[in-house]
Design a binder for this molecule. Structure first.
Ligand code: SF4
Length: 432
């Protein structure tokens, strides 16, 4: 089943016109599933080679990842050059694309290392290199790489004039800033008239500042956000100290848990997908190179279905997106601006309605081998999510077929009698 899913991207790009999706949705009002006519790309993050495979299995058309130097995610795991080569091979064998992020703002003495790495991933067949810095873009353009050059969200592109300027400098695609509204994106699309590809983040965490343009982490934690080291102080809890009373920390109560002034909710633009598609956006990007395989499976599967024309009610979407840790969801600037509702000021915790407890590593006609990721108990009722988007329910045997019988611990391989596709997620729903 997973292998079938992995070959789907080829047919997505072969079918013309995402405008047809909109027409189809309107004409078949009330029909839950419509024909996939989208040629817009679903672009997923990968912090490791393992995550790249999960994103691919759950329906991403392309995956982006960073190397050990030059990417803005110092804590994401990141790929060695050997893993990058393996990842690109894995993607290309399944008719998918791989983009390498070199979107750091380098100091003058770092260009040599960056351009050398760009040459190496170009030789491996990277489909694109994602850059933010003007000097890097110019240097890579001069190298005449086979890989296309994509401009990162770190460049904060907010106008069609800048998009066209990047085109003149050799970029094939520009990520549009998260701070744009739907109307502003439409204006950019109209004025660039398909002469350059555009990419929009549709899901994931957002900065309270312009993406990445923030020095709080530098000041408070000595960790530079623009070197990929952000410690996320915008999620921390803050107090007020009156200058005559040093050491007396007065909480600014929102409720008894305090006030998280800068804690942005996460972006979830699934409702805007048809409109962005109609506007002519080329790629829908998901944030989260540091997120888990559970996040990847759940979010990539959800957006894959949305892009394939499945209609979700608000409640259905809230339920599915609530399965993975989040700080609440918002449509950000897409609706025209942000207000208090777009921040989660009462808490900073990222919470989920489910606990990821296992993943199917091998499937046979006689059952499946589950890699345990969190304690599984005998008789547990678990929800399953498979790469074919199917959601099911599963009752674990009692006793469990392992030495303990009562429970299985993280790291164990647990045989179960159900035959489930490889890469199936097992999770315990808190409300069950
Ligand atoms: S501290 Fe928050 S706003 Fe600043 S760069 Fe880090 S995540 Fe973004």
């Amino acid at each position: 089943m997973a292998a079938q899913r992995c070959s789907r991207a080829g047919s997505v790009s072969a079918i013309p016109g995402c405008r047809a999706v909109i027409v189809s949705l309107i004409q078949r009002n009330g029909v839950k599933k419509v024909k996939n006519t989208s040629k817009t790309e679903l672009l997923a993050p990968a912090g490791t080679l393992e995550k790249l495979k999960w994103a691919c299995q759950y329906g991403a058309d392309a995956v982006y990842f960073g190397l050990e130097f030059g990417s803005l995610r110092s804590y994401a795991g990141n790929f060695t050059l050997q893993e990058a080569a393996e990842g690109l091979k894995y993607l290309h064998e399944r008719d998918k694309k791989g983009y390498v992020t070199l979107n750091i703002y380098p100091f003058s003495d770092e260009y040599g290392r960056l351009t050398e790495m760009a040459g190496q991933v170009d030789d491996m067949g990277a489909d694109a290199i994602i850059v933010a810095d003007l000097g890097v873009l110019t240097a890579l353009k001069r190298m005449g790489l086979r890989a296309r050059l994509h401009v990162s969200t770190q460049a904060n592109t907010t106008s069609w004039q800048t998009v066209l300027a990047y085109r003149e400098l050799g970029a094939a695609r520009v990520n549009l800033a998260r701070e744009l509204s739907l109307e502003q994106i439409r204006e950019i699309q109209q004025n660039t008239a398909g002469s350059i590809e555009t990419e929009v983040f549709v899901h994931g965490a957002v900065c309270f500042s312009y993406s990445g343009r923030c020095a709080i982490s530098d000041y408070l934690a000595g960790a530079r956000a623009n070197r990929g080291q952000c410690k996320h102080p915008c999620r921390w809890k803050y107090f007020v100290v009156e200058e005559e009373r040093p050491g007396q920390y007065m909480p600014v109560f929102e409720d008894e848990r305090g006030l998280y002034l800068f804690n942005s909710k996460e972006l979830a633009l699934w409702e805007y997908v048809p409109l962005l598609c109609e506007a002519g956006v080329s790629s829908f990007k998901i944030e989260g190179r540091m997120k888990s395989v559970h996040y990847l499976a759940s979010i990539v599967s959800f957006y894959r279905q949305v892009m394939d024309g499945r209609l979700f009610s608000k409640d259905e979407a809230d339920t599915l997106l609530g399965r993975v840790p989040n700080r609440g969801y918002s449509t950000g600037f897409m609706k025209g601006g942000v207000g208090p509702d777009d921040y989660s000021t009462a808490k900073s915790l990222s919470e989920a309605e489910s606990i990821f407890v296992g993943a199917v590593r091998q499937s046979t006609g006689a059952g499946s081998m589950v890699e345990v990721r969190n304690k599984i108990f005998a008789s547990d009722v678990l929800e399953t999510l498979s790469p074919d988007d199917r959601i099911g329910k599963l009752t674990m045997p009692s006793p469990l077929p392992n030495a303990e019988g009562l429970f299985a611990n993280h790291g164990e391989i647990l045989p179960i009698p159900e035959s489930l596709p490889e890469y199936t997620i097992l999770r315990r729903i808190k409300s069950l």
